[in-house]
Design a protein around this ligand. Structure first.
Ligand code: GTP
Ligand code: SPV
Ligand code: MN
Length: 607
């Protein structure tokens, strides 16, 4: 180590110059009191969580109920991703596209340097080496997050592969790593007491796609702060994927085994808080079909040697929406959570030191401490847990985890579902007419906004491939990349594409379809379509099930009710067309021609 190296770097567990010089540069800018190199060990986790409990950031849960588990309560203004403050700072504005906020990179750097200047004063700067995907993948995707939040370190240990092994491999292979800088933006003056959830009212989540770097300021929450997740594994990775010929997608991936023991892997893109984790951990309500989990939020896909599309889950944990996750709706998630080793954020506390959220149990507890620390009873008239409260749990605690999760080359994808949250118009399931028609379904996907992002909830917006907040470049280029890349696959082995909607409403306002475990009936129909075994009605939008072709065995629904869930409504679709035209117009010239043709074809078929 050079004599001029910063004192804080003494004892660093690496001699890897690209890393040392970046850490030094950041330390000089942010002025932390000390640097901690994260090794990812059990002992380190114990020490960090003990410190977080002492600081009041974490509450230790009753170990008889949730062993080695903690609850965190955020600042009430730091509860979700902040899309308005998320930027893609490519050199040219055009490359960020109309779906992203943009600022000229050097202007943004100047602004960020001002904010980060001294931002870690009084705090520890943690250096977290991590890899998204497998350490022994052919081309492992490394990152190093620097953060001044121990909560981030503890959460990153659950969500990604981190620590000494990763650092060693980076050094040994002289690897590139994505520098991912995070500060809560709350420096401490000498003697100043800390708060349980430090953060800053001003938040910036910034990506520099050409240099593949991330700067995140002001928030300690989820996708804003655990930089391996949305910032790297989607926004930066989507740019890498464009340049290297693969796909980084906001998809779950599950392994489905039929009664004949045939295996089908299904990837599904739904926007945030629209059912990925629930589908990935589905407990089928039909006989003989088995579901195993491969991933619940992010899927990386590339073509294999035979032109088959292969998928891996780059994450190591679940960061799941708590409300609605219950013993009735998602027992597999509940069993994984009950094993402990979890961090809950913004849930409610029970009087016996456990956690609770809306939908966890049918019976509502008589007394709770709500996510803001207030007394709560069922009469309170407000939710006890924040609608975007989350559980953070190691993925290998899922009993139904597919062994292929551990395979660096992943699995072949046989079907892709695109889905959103729509009260009307979109039937329960529609099979695309062709691959191009399937890409059109993805490109025009729409959904009501949810609590997963700050802002209004329930507003319908277009969300291409459920990637609207996560495409790291121009959205038209992104759709072109899908079209061009898939042309390189083996056409006979391309997955079949389906559009689904678990959230259609009846005239009375209730859900038209029971959802959750009963979604296995839709999966079965999709597989039988692939095998040419299930009937369908051809409609202008694609193929929808005939009433007889869906397995409704044991389901308490009248034929009229089923019809309400599955039917194609020509009037609703004619009313949808102007919105589709408006959406496509926003792409300017960058939309693939095949998609323009798809829209023309749809209009013709609708008459
Ligand atoms: P992110 O982690 O934000 O990306 O969300 P996600 O897509 O994984 O969504 P998740 O599975 O956590 O579900 C979000 C909400 O939708 C929860 O409150 C679920 O209870 C609810 N939900 C999931 N699946 C269904 C379904 O089939 N029907 C109905 N009605 N609700 C569902
Ligand atoms: C999402 O919003 O899609 C999530 C949660 O999965 S977060 O990690 O906050 O992005
Ligand atoms: Mn998500």
């Amino acid at each position: 180590m050079g004599a001029t190296r910063l004192r804080l770097l003494e004892g660093a567990p690496t001699t890897y110059e690209p890393l040392l010089s970046w850490v030094e540069e950041v330390a000089e800018l942010t002025q932390p009191d000390r640097i901690h190199w994260v090794d990812g060990s059990e002992a380190e986790y114990r020490k960090l969580t003990d410190e977080l409990v002492a600081a009041g950031t974490l509450t230790r849960l009753n170990p008889d109920l949730f062993p080695n588990s903690f609850a965190a309560f955020s600042d009430p203004a730091d509860v979700a991703r902040v899309e308005e403050q998320t930027f893609i700072c490519s050199r040219n504005e055009r490359d960020a596209g109309f779906t992203n906020n943009w600022m000229e990179p050097s202007e943004m750097k100047t602004k960020l340097k001002g904010l980060f200047s001294g931002s870690m004063r009084g705090r520890t700067m943690y250096v977290i080496p991590f890899v998204m995907g497998h350490l022994d993948a052919e081309d492992p995707k490394f990152g190093v997050e620097i953060s001044d939040s121990a909560y981030v370190v503890a959460s990153m240990r659950i969500m990604a592969r981190i620590g000494t092994d990763v650092l060693k491999k980076i050094e040994e292979t002289n690897a590139f790593f994505v520098p991912a800088l995070h500060s809560v933006g709350a420096p401490l003056e000498p003697g100043q007491a800390d708060v349980p959830w430090p953060c800053n009212p001003e938040k910036w989540i910034v990506h520099f796609p050409e240099e593949r770097s991330i700067w995140s300021y002001g928030s300690g929450y989820g996708g804003n702060a655990l930089l391996g997740k949305k910032c790297y594994a989607l926004r930066i990775a989507s740019v890498m994927a464009r340049d290297e010929g693969w796909l980084a997608e906001h998809m779950l991936i599950l392994k489905l085994t039929s009664p004949e023991k045939k295996v089908y892997n299904v990837a599904a893109a739904f926007p945030s808080a629209c059912g990925k984790t629930n589908l990935a951990l589905l407990d089928p309500t039909i006989e003989g079909w088995k579901v195993e989990t491969l991933g619940d939020d992010i899927t990386w896909m590339r073509f294999g040697k035979e032109g088959e599309l292969r998928a891996v889950n780059p994450e190591a944990g679940l960061f799941g929406v708590a409300p609605g996750t219950g013993w009735g709706t998602n027992p597999n998630a509940m069993r994984a959570i009950a094993k402990g080793n979890s961090i809950f954020t913004n849930v409610a506390l029970t009087d016996d030191g456990g956690v609770w959220w809306e939908g966890m149990t049918e019976e509502v507890p008589e007394h709770l401490t709500d996510w803001q620390g207030n007394e709560w009873t069922p009469e309170a008239g407000r939710p006890a847990a924040h609608p975007n409260s989350r559980f953070c749990t190691p993925i290998d605690q899922i009993d139904m985890l597919a062994p292929e999760y551990f395979a660096p080359n992943g699995v072949e994808v046989h079907a892709i579902l695109f889905g959103g949250r729509r009260k009307t118009t979109i039937p329960l399931v529609t099979q695309s007419r062709t691959w191009a028609n399937g890409i059109f379904m993805g490109a025009t996907l729409s959904s009501e906004t949810t609590a997963a992002a700050a802002g209004a909830v329930g507003v319908v917006r277009r969300d291409p491939m459920a990637m609207l907040p996560f495409i790291g470049y121009d959205a038209g280029d992104y759709l072109n990349h899908w079209v061009r890349l898939s042309a390189k696959g083996n056409a006979a082995r391309l997955p079949k594409i389906f559009l689904v909607n678990w959230f259609r409403r009846t005239k009375d306002g209730g859900f038209a379809w029971p959802g959750f475990g009963d979604n296995s009936r839709v999966l079965k129909w999709a597989i039988e379509r692939i095998e040419g075994a299930a009937d369908a009605v051809e409609t202008p939008i694609g193929f929808v099930p005939t009433p007889e072709s869906l397995d409704l065995d044991g389901l308490d629904m009248t034929p009229e009710q089923v019809e309400e869930a599955v039917h194609f409504d020509a009037d609703e679709w004619r009313a949808e067309v102007p919105g589709l035209e408006e959406w496509f117009a926003r792409f300017g010239g960058s939309l693939p021609l095949s998609l323009t043709n798809e829209l023309e074809g749809l209009k013709k078929r609708l008459g």
